[in-house]
Design a protein around this ligand. Structure first.
Ligand SMILES: [Zn+2]
Length: 205
C-alpha cells in the first residue's frame, strides 16, 4: 500500500507543478499583450498616460514622403476624376507635411496644458473624412497614445485636424453631433486609406 500512496503523492505534486507553471505562463502572456502601450506610473505615484510626443512613432504609421511622391506620380486624377497635374501633386505633398506638423504640434501644445480630449474638425469639402468621421467627435489623449494612427491627415488632400478640447467650446453650434466619442465599444473606427486623393479640398497652405 505504501508505494502506491507514495506514487499518488508524487503524481499529485507533478500535477501541481504543471498547474503552477501554466498559470505563470498565462500571466506573462497577458501582460505582454497589454504591453504595447501601457500607462506608466509617474514619479508622483499617480497613474497617468505617457505624454510622449507622437512625433517619435509617426514614421511607423504614416507613409514616407518619397512613397507618397512615387504613388502620386502614377496617379492622373483624384477619386472624383479631377485631373492631377504636377503642381497639384506638389501641393498635396506640401499640405500633407504641413497638416501632419500642425496636428503633432497641437498634441504637443495640449500636453503642456494637460489636455485630455481632442476633437476632429475638417473643411466641409473633405468628403472622404466626412464619410467616416463626424465633426466634433472626440478622442482621448490616451487613445491617441494607444492608437497614433487616429492622427490626421488620413488621406492625400485631407483637411482634417485634431483640436484641443478645453471645455469651453460650444461644439453643438459649430458641428454636426456635438461631443460624441470616435470610438465605440465594439469596433475600431474606420479610417480613410492614405492613397485616396481628394483635390477638391485644396487650400492655400
Ligand atoms: Zn480627410
Amino acid at each position: 500500500m505504501i508505494p502506491y500512496a507514495l506514487i499518488g503523492i508524487i503524481l499529485f505534486l507533478i500535477l501541481l507543478l504543471v498547474a503552477i507553471h501554466i498559470g505563470v505562463n498565462k500571466k506573462e502572456t497577458s501582460a505582454e499583450e497589454e504591453g504595447e502601450a501601457r500607462p506608466v506610473i509617474h514619479q508622483s505615484g499617480i497613474y497617468s498616460i505617457v505624454r510622449k510626443s507622437p512625433r517619435e512613432s509617426i514614421d511607423d504609421i504614416k507613409p514616407p514622403i518619397e512613397e507618397i511622391r512615387k504613388y502620386l506620380g502614377g496617379q492622373n486624377e483624384d477619386i472624383y476624376g479631377a485631373p492631377l497635374n504636377d503642381q497639384d501633386r506638389e501641393l498635396i505633398i506640401r499640405q500633407w507635411q504641413h497638416h501632419l506638423e500642425t496636428n503633432l504640434s497641437e498634441i504637443e501644445e495640449g500636453d503642456k496644458e494637460g489636455v485630455e480630449f481632442y476633437y476632429f474638425d475638417f473643411a466641409n469639402q473633405d468628403q472622404i473624412c466626412a464619410q467616416n468621421i463626424s465633426k466634433g467627435q472626440f478622442v482621448t489623449r490616451e487613445q491617441i497614445f494607444k492608437y497614433p494612427k487616429i492622427i490626421p491627415p488620413f488621406h492625400l488632400g485631407c483637411q482634417c485636424f485634431l483640436k484641443r478640447y478645453r471645455g469651453d467650446e460650444n461644439l453643438r453650434e459649430t458641428t454636426v453631433v456635438g461631443m460624441q466619442s470616435f470610438f465605440d465599444e465594439k469596433h475600431f473606427p474606420e479610417i480613410p486609406k492614405w492613397q485616396d486623393i481628394d483635390l477638391s479640398a485644396k487650400d492655400s497652405t
